[in-house]
Design a protein around this ligand. Structure first.
Ligand SMILES: Cc1cc2nc3c(=O)[nH]c(=O)nc-3n(C[C@H](O)[C@H](O)[C@H](O)COP(=O)(O)O)c2cc1C
Length: 179
């Protein structure tokens, strides 16, 4: 069976991003069944209606790659109990010009990590409202909030976290196939 093609948006854009690390762990667990296309959302300009009809090549590339995927994986940090503006900017680009929302009907997964105790619950809670309006079919269960440990022994996730990640990947694959 062909692998599902998953478009990936990671809301953490710094070099040592914990959410980029989480994506690497996710990829390791999922790459037997899925092929990932991570888009560097920092390459997109700020959205403006002045340029939506004639956007730069980073935007046309973004749209072409997002349109051709079987599903979307969003990995969000938490900024002040919400999700980062740079992620909202990328999502907004995918909805314009008016009437050309490329997200509509696509299955999606939402995960995230922060060093904080609630592991991005605040961010995901806000983001779900937006994803619903975008008509993304975001998997509801299991939810995935992850408090990133201060240190990773041997560079690996703790066994319980890894087991949970495996379960999430399995459910996400089923979700993609069902749509
Ligand atoms: C502007 C800003 C606001 C933040 N707000 C929160 C927050 O509300 N909750 C939280 O758990 N962590 C918060 N943090 C800490 C981030 O979770 C932490 O910096 C994390 O590493 C960001 O994700 P990243 O490493 O993938 O970029 C905040 C960080 C920044 C820079």
């Amino acid at each position: 069976m062909a692998k599902s093609r998953i478009f990936v948006l990671v809301g953490g854009i710094c070099k040592e991003s914990l959410n980029q690390k989480l994506f690497e762990f996710f990829r390791e667990e999922a790459e037997a069944a899925m092929e990932f296309d991570r888009f560097d959302i920092a390459s997109l300009p700020f959205f403006s209606q002045d340029i939506e009809n004639d956007p730069p090549s980073s935007v046309t590339d973004f749209k072409a790659r997002a349109k051709s995927c079987d599903g979307v994986l969003i990995i969000t940090p938490e900024y002040n109990r919400s999700f980062p503006g740079v992620l909202k900017n990328a999502l907004d680009w995918g909805t314009r010009p008016y009437g050309q929302n490329l997200w509509s009907g696509k299955p999606a997964g939402l995960i995230g990590t922060s060093p904080g105790a609630i592991g991005t619950f605040g961010a995901q809670n806000h983001l779900r409202q937006v994803l619903s309006f975008l008509d993304l079919r975001t998997m509801s269960q299991p939810e995935f909030y992850f408090s990133f440990p201060k240190e990773l022994e041997g560079g690996k996730l703790p066994p319980a976290s890894l087991a949970f990640l495996k379960k999430y990947v399995e459910k996400f694959q089923e979700w993609i196939e069902r749509h």
